[in-house]
Write a protein that binds this ligand. Structure first.
Ligand code: 5GP
Length: 125
């Protein structure tokens, strides 16, 4: 059986809406960028602060991260923490989320980390 990630590659889903944002083919409210990743506000925020951290290398889902790519996942988390510190809500706290495939609710098949903050988010887990 074909894996979901293979399906997405087969359907050229290595060109997602997030790739278009990285390449400036569509606009976004970009709040941070470096050579490895970009961060921009979610178009449909689920909290007062809702920023997406997206690597510049193509990785459709968390299932596709190779051992040699472990660093990029860490970079996403550190960039989110640095943003929280810079914006002054690190001490109040925040939540980071990565959705994977159908049951995780993933809708864009380029990995991304959601940073949610700005109010008590309620208990999760
Ligand atoms: P997922 O459901 O895959 O974990 O998260 C995808 C997120 O991307 C959703 O929260 C959705 O609101 C956001 N999103 C989808 N399309 C766009 C877009 O064109 N621009 C921005 N800024 N966010 C988007």
């Amino acid at each position: 059986m074909m894996r979901v990630s293979q399906l997405h590659f087969g359907n050229k889903m290595s060109d997602t809406i997030f790739h278009k944002i990285i390449d400036r083919r569509i606009p976004a409210d970009i709040v941070y960028e470096d050579e490895h990743l970009i961060a921009f506000r979610d178009i449909a925020p689920q909290a007062p602060v809702h920023v997406l951290f997206v690597p510049k290398i193509t990785i459709p889902t968390l299932n596709d991260v190779q051992p040699g790519q472990a660093g990029i996942v860490g970079r996403l988390a550190i960039a989110a923490a640095n943003y929280a510190k810079a914006q002054g809500f690190a001490e109040d706290g925040y939540r980071i989320v990565m959705n994977c495939n159908d049951h995780g609710g993933q809708t864009v098949f380029q990995i991304h980390l959601h940073l949610l903050a700005g109010a008590p988010l309620g208990r999760f887990g």
